[in-house]
Design a protein. Structure first.
Length: 688
């Protein structure tokens, strides 16, 4: 059985190579390279099948540039089979056709037929694919294989061979390795070519830590550990590459989706090949042809560098064809079709590749993109949910700093922050300590988590009342409150996070969500100083919920879809109807707040003191305020209850898509369930 030896042992196991695959010359660099990679691909079973005549053999090479080199090498072998290289389909006036059927006639003469191609599933004739006896997948050239090829040619050890050298075009490598050269001269040629060849991929360097060092939430940890075990099993031959399951990493910005993908590559020793849809436009002319070329180049690079982990970022920039207008559909359909075809081709190649996508908006993705066989698995990468998880992320970025310091206060105040934001806190705190030429202190980080307050006491109280209004309305409507905060962040003065009760809301449940969105405005009006400008994004969110229910989800009277119609029919009537529903929801929210006016004030004062309530702290605050759990509000729409069921952690780890993020004086971000696509839009839904 052929084996790859990373040592400098001069033995080449010639006895293990089938006689008809032994080149006649060890001085032709192309032949030597071909022989080296063939050894790496062969198994004993393959050897036996190759010796059997007549046979149909398919040699799958990393890319089309390998075809002439491999063809030349095989034709020099004793008792060589008939060879057909196939780089593309046959093109005629009737379109493109699969090829290779004619060569099957050689079988009747007792001669084997060998096809060399980078994409057998798409290029070879169906009759060829049906008759294949053995498929040999040629690995991409690695540092070890290139070092071995140089030693075969020169008889001496090749030192200083790098992955950048192995990533050069195979024809160029064959040109640079010349008979009569020493190993040192060959390496010198390769090094010079790297400096000249601007198309050569950069040497693989990882910026991500290994997976075991990453602080991950429980569900992401379980998935990542299993994927890493699978990648290692593929590397050792214990698992077929077709068993790898492509996935989409979804979640808000800054949660570490790219970091996780690179860490999987780093930990498995596989190449990491990232791209983004935005880069396909930025690195070309932005026209259809340029975008398509960049998309195809990504997949070709991924296949050529296998084993590899590929990351397709900004996946939601590939639009869902079901939700775009005719003009957009005409432009995007060829691109989307190309991407789907490239994914299928990559999967059929049998090469060791794990393809991952990353998106902030999973529900905008085209259904065909996430169906089984493509990016079928959905992994929610969310901010840390508990104090312990926040502290774990802090410890990761702090390293040895503050190793003996209790970080529990930071863990509580930092709940809901993304890992990227936590990393930013640590960097800014270290910068402050360096500027003052001293060691890092807990107070340095605390100053970043809770910035110096520049709001007046009256403004802080207004924000606290507003957020408690959201939280109390959510609680009364049976929603689990996960976070209430008045810590400012950017344009946001505070925020409330509540979990939805269902992934597929009915009309009554949509009205519950609208009522929740207006809970802050209700508290402003009933308990505070009156309506203020801090509810701007709440109004936008409530309006968007109703607009989607009316126009795309068929939840109220009409069934016609705006996705199909393309325009909003009866705009004036629709605006009037939505305005009425907004007032109804606001009246309902005010009724809830009015019955608990004293409770709102008590909880607001406590929030001013503590800054943040976690899910558990929220329930404790309610209990401490002696909430009468039997009290309920009779409302005309939906069900109102006092105590929502406490969900086990396992049930609450599903995804960011079933949470509300309500922010004061900022944008409202509604994270959607599976059947919704409720984006923030500039819609005039004023209550006035």
């Amino acid at each position: 059985m052929f084996g790859l030896d990373d040592t400098n042992d001069t033995s080449e196991r010639e006895d293990d190579v089938p006689e008809n695959f032994k080149p006649r010359s060890d001085k032709d660099a192309g032949v030597v390279l071909a022989k080296t990679v063939l050894e790496a691909a062969f198994t004993k079973k393959m050897q036996a099948l190759v010796k059997r005549h007549p046979s149909v053999i398919v040699l799958v090479v990393p890319n089309a540039e390998w075809i002439p080199l491999m063809s030349r090498a095989i034709k020099t072998m004793a008792d060589a089979p008939a060879v057909r290289g196939v780089a593309e389909r046959y093109k005629s006036g009737k379109g493109s056709q699969r090829v290779g059927k004619e060569e099957l006639q050689w079988l009747q003469t007792g001669r084997s037929v060998l096809y060399i191609t980078q994409n057998p599933g798409d290029l070879l004739h169906e009759d060829v694919l049906a008759g294949v006896d053995v498929t040999i997948v040629i690995p991409a050239l690695t540092t070890a294989l290139l070092r071995r090829a140089i030693r075969r040619m020169t008889g001496s050890i090749a030192r200083g061979v790098t992955s950048s050298m192995a990533d050069l075009e195979i024809d160029l490598i064959a040109t640079l390795l010349r008979p009569g050269m020493s190993a040192k001269q060959c390496v010198r040629n390769l090094r010079r070519a790297i400096r000249i060849d601007r198309n050569a991929p950069p040497s693989q360097t990882y910026t991500a830590p290994v997976l075991s060092d990453l602080p991950l939430t429980a569900n992401v940890r379980a998935w990542a550990d299993q994927v890493l075990a699978d990648l290692r099993a593929v590397s050792t031959g214990d698992l077929g590459a077709d068993r790898l399951i492509p996935a989409v990493l979804e979640g808000p910005p800054g949660t570490g989706k790219t970091l996780i993908a690179e860490s999987l590559a780093q930990s498995s020793g596989w190449a990491f090949v990232p791209t983004s849809v935005g880069s396909w436009f930025a690195t070309g002319d932005g026209a259809l042809g340029g975008v398509s070329r960049n998309a195809r180049k990504f997949f070709e690079t991924l296949v050529s560098r296998a084993p590899a982990v590929g990351l397709l970022d900004e996946l939601d920039a590939i639009p869902n064809r079901a939700s775009i207008d005719n003009r957009g559909r005409d432009w995007w359909t060829p691109v989307v079709t190309l991407i789907l075809t490239e994914i299928d081709t990559m999967r059929k190649s049998g090469r060791p590749i794990l393809l991952l996508g990353a998106t902030n908006y999973y529900n905008r993705l085209d259904d065909a993109l996430v169906r089984p066989g493509r990016l079928q698995e959905r992994i929610s990468v969310l901010p840390p949910e508990s104090e312990e998880e926040v502290i774990a992320v802090l410890r990761h970025y702090l390293g040895d700093d503050l190793a003996q310091t209790d970080l529990s206060r930071l863990g509580r105040l930092g709940q809901g922050a993304t890992p990227a934001r936590i990393e930013g806190w640590v960097k800014e705190a270290r910068g402050l300590a360096r500027a003052e030429k001293r060691s890092l202190l807990l107070g340095d980080i605390l100053a970043q988590v809770v910035p110096r307050e520049d709001r007046t006491a009256a403004d802080i109280r207004t924000v606290a009342i507003h957020e408690i209004g959201h939280a109390l309305v959510a609680h009364r409507l049976g929603l689990v409150v996960e976070l209430v905060s008045i810590i400012p962040s950017g344009a946001s003065s505070g925020r409330t996070v509540a979990r939805k009760t269902t992934l597929m809301p009915t009309w009554d449940q949509v009205m519950d969500y609208v009522t929740l969105a207006l809970g802050g405005r209700a508290a402003d009006m009933v308990v505070g100083q009156g309506a203020n400008s801090g509810a701007e994004s709440d109004l936008a969110e409530a309006t968007q919920l109703l607009l989607s229910a009316y126009e795309t989800q068929g939840l109220y009277e009409g069934l016609a879809s705006r996705h199909v119609l393309g325009t909003i029919a009866g705009h004036a009537d629709l605006r009037r109807d939505i305005g009425k529903k907004l007032w109804q929801a606001l009246d309902r929210a005010r009724a809830i707040v009015r019955q608990d006016r004293d409770l709102v004030l008590t909880l607001a004062e406590r929030l001013i003191s503590e800054k943040v309530f976690s899910a558990q702290q929220w329930l404790e605050a309610l209990a401490d305020a002696a909430l009468d759990s039997a009290r309920s509000v009779s409302a005309p729409m939906g069900r109102v209850q006092d105590e929502p069921p406490e969900l086990p952690r396992a049930e609450r780890a599903g995804g960011e898509a079933d949470r509300f993020h309500l922010e004061a004086a900022s944008h409202v971000l509604l994270q959607r369930p599976l059947n919704q696509d409720l984006e923030e839009e500039d819609v005039d839904g004023s209550l006035a």
